[in-house]
Ligand binder design. Sequence first.
Ligand SMILES: [Zn+2]
Length: 195
Amino acid sequence: MSYEGVKYNTEYISEIVPADNRIDELRKWCRIFHEKELAPHYPGGTHGNMSFRVNPEKDIFIITAARTSFAEELSPEAFFTVTAVDLKNAVVYVSGSKTREPSSETLLHFAIYRERSDVMAILHGHCKTITQHAEKLGIVTTKEFVEPGTVKVVDSVLEVLDNHHFIEMKGHGFLSLGKSINEAGLLAMEMLKKV
Ligand SMILES: [Zn+2]
């Protein structure tokens, strides 16, 4: 699978890179996902992205940048604070380095946070093993494959989201949701162990 690509416009509100203690926890899970092949490498990056909600009261979150390799220690420029998203016009408002762009799945992360106040972290990876066994494990799966990074992906996930914490996007990859980054990470590991 080739790189998904960013399919929305990014508005840089400021160039201040996010500073939050939980970023180290996100780094840790990027490393684990890389090691466990939950987020496979491609030339120039890793198939996967991760975020956490900054404040339980708001839909503001910190997310990994597009074209980020989880094989390396992530620099401060590899993170963005997403302050607002205009889903209708596909515009993402961020604070972060202008040398990078936020993850190609930023629209999807935003839509899930807006829909689910219980979700504090979202980890997205691609795992062939989980995909192959999704049905057997009873993992809720989107109805059809849609092009990653698009608003259509948002619709396809919201259609099946309900109160689920682990979702397989058909022909694409999984989403692991949690009350914390650790909880979402451990859930993905649990799924991997089951297969
Ligand atoms: Zn993906």
